[in-house]
Design a protein around this ligand. Structure first.
Ligand SMILES: Nc1ncnc2c1ncn2[C@@H]1O[C@H](COP(=O)(O)OP(=O)(O)O)[C@@H](O)[C@H]1O
Ligand SMILES: [Mg+2]
Length: 372
């Protein structure tokens, strides 16, 4: 009998939520529905519960609306939704892949610098990438010569955490930095310095973690606030990359971060485009954003191990040029829900399942696995 299980790999906290019916942003119901439609059975587990040698795992399976634990062999196809920060976890994931398991989205968090360096190798992508370098002293000085506004970002952070901004003033530079973590968003402070001397506080933050320094992109605005787009790019049942959905994220007043976790608000791309770039035919704009996103996904998936599911942050310049901001390996997907784009939201769950089902049902066409 054909083994039609699809593994869904979660971090421990998410798996605890599953058994309690509280998985926060992860909409388990959509995995279950999609699995039914594609003739597969989802089984959920943590990496800790996998024994690589015997290829046995203790996983949760839904039965009569309840999740029950079951000892079983490791499924041959796994959708990774976990992020690992420890190298022993990465070693274990690689061991599974080496045993022939098809685990997609093998690594879910890359350094922003790694992604930038990979993208820069493709000349077709270079015009869409912000000038970006590691934030060491000599690079900072060069970037201050070249640009009048700079963004400082931790290389491996997310949801807008730790990001700072530098703006040229008539006398020197003004730094804008967050001072405290509030429940929603940051409180911002500014500090001015003369010439190229950065305030001590900024220098000390830069020394505590790896940061990158990037030109501030000239982003188009919506009602006077900068916005960018979350583009879900996924492989579907055809195994090709396609655009699942696009949603706009708008920064709160007086700041520059569009992250929903930082108080950003979501709007449909149509609404934003009609107001911000009214002279531009919407279908053309969407086409530009989609082509760039597909180019990025295709390029990255040739360089990184088994990618199938990305959430890109793409900005638009006031003349309608798409600009790359960030590539998320584990898209949280909820910005589609926030914007009432329920069809797209559901599809972000369905496509990985459809892709996984295609690997189960037609294994002879499995994508080439990059060895790293
Ligand atoms: N170079 C840039 N120019 C203008 N805005 C930027 C730039 N980089 C980041 N931002 C803003 O900051 C937000 C967060 O940056 P991002 O690179 O996506 O990091 P994170 O992983 O924290 O989401 C972006 O969605 C965008 O609103
Ligand atoms: Mg982002």
């Amino acid at each position: 009998m054909l083994d039609n299980r699809i593994g869904i790999l979660f971090n421990a906290s998410m798996l605890r939520g599953l058994t309690r019916g509280r998985t926060r942003h992860e909409a388990i119901e959509y995995y279950e529905e999609a699995a039914k439609r594609h003739g597969v059975v989802p089984v959920y587990f943590r990496l800790e519960d996998v024994d690589v040698r015997s290829l046995q795992v203790t996983a949760y399976v839904r039965r009569h609306g309840m999740y029950t634990r079951k000892r079983m062999t490791v499924p041959t196809v796994i959708h990774n939704r976990a992020i690992y920060f420890r190298s022993d976890s990465h070693v274990k994931v690689r061991a599974l892949v080496n045993r022939g398991i098809q685990l997609f989205n093998q690594v879910n968090r890359y350094s922003k610098l790694t992604i930038h360096e990979l993208l820069q190798r493709d000349p077709a992508l270079v015009p869409y990438l912000p000038d970006t370098v590691r934030a060491v002293h000599s690079n900072l000085l060069k970037m201050m010569e070249r640009h009048h506004s700079l963004i400082l970002k931790p290389a491996s952070s997310s949801v807008g955490k730790g990001i700072m901004k530098l703006d040229r003033t008539p006398r020197g530079w003004q730094a804008m930095y967050p001072v405290q973590k509030a429940a929603k968003g940051n409180r911002w402070r500014t500090m001015e310095s003369l010439d190229h001397a950065l305030p001590g506080l900024i220098r000390s933050r830069l020394s505590r973690a790896t940061y990158l320094v990037q030109q501030t992109l000239p982003l188009a605005t919506f009602r006077g606030r900068p916005f960018d787009l979350r583009v879900s790019v996924q492989r579907d049942a055809s195994r090709n990359w396609q655009i699942t959905g696009i949603v706009g994220k708008v920064a709160p007043a007086h700041t520059f971060l569009t992250n929903v976790a930082q108080g950003g608000t979501v709007h449909t791309f149509e609404e934003i485009a009609a107001s911000s770039l009214p002279s531009f035919p919407f279908h053309k704009l969407r086409q530009r954003v989609s082509s760039l996103s597909l180019l990025i996904a295709n390029h990255l998936s040739q360089q990184l191990p088994h990618l199938a599911d990305l959430g890109l942050d793409i900005g638009l310049s006031p003349d309608g040029t798409p600009l790359f901001i960030e590539c998320n390996g584990r898209d949280q997907r909820y910005s589609f829900r926030e914007a009432d784009l329920f069809t797209e939201w559901k599809l972000t769950y369905e496509n990985p399942i459809a892709y996984g089902a295609s690997l189960i049902y037609e294994p002879q066409y499995a994508p080439p696995v990059n060895v790293h």
